[in-house]
Design a protein around this ligand. Structure first.
Ligand code: 5GP
Length: 117
């Protein structure tokens, strides 16, 4: 399996604005932010999506969520609220197939998806 962009960021082969790191996770700013705060939270071990991560290593999924909560505190958005989303597959817009949570916040967020009319 070839490296994804996020493995290259984890290995410091591609630069990123890293805001927090633990033994098992890394968090860095999205290069194309879609909210005032937009941080990607990534487990250092690769799974394609959040369902595969949950099935294989639920403790690591908990690490990702706990890292997101810590980043929300560091970014000053924990009290006002934030969104943590995991795009899964092409229809959801997933482009990097190394699971990552999008932590979005810093201003009120509208609904991302609406049911078809
Ligand atoms: P996805 O679309 O897979 O859910 O999310 C991938 C995210 O990675 C996108 O929001 C995109 O803006 C971000 N991204 C793509 N290339 C880079 C990069 O080189 N550096 C950083 N920090 N983010 C990137």
């Amino acid at each position: 399996m070839s490296d994804t962009l996020f493995e290259r960021i984890i290995n410091r082969e591609v630069p990123a604005d890293i805001v927090h790191e633990t033994d098992t996770t890394i968090a860095f700013r999205d290069i194309n932010p879609r909210a005032t705060t937009h941080v990607l939270v990534v487990p250092k071990t690769r799974y394609r999506n959040v369902a595969e991560l949950a099935a294989a290593d639920p403790g690591l999924l908990a690490d990702v969520v706990n890292t997101a909560a810590r980043v929300a505190e560091l970014e000053g958005v924990a009290d006002a609220g934030y969104r943590l989303t995991f795009n899964t597959g092409e229809d959801a817009g997933q482009t990097v197939f190394h699971v990552h949570g999008h932590l979005l916040g810093g201003s009120p967020l509208g609904p991302e998806a609406r049911p078809p009319k």
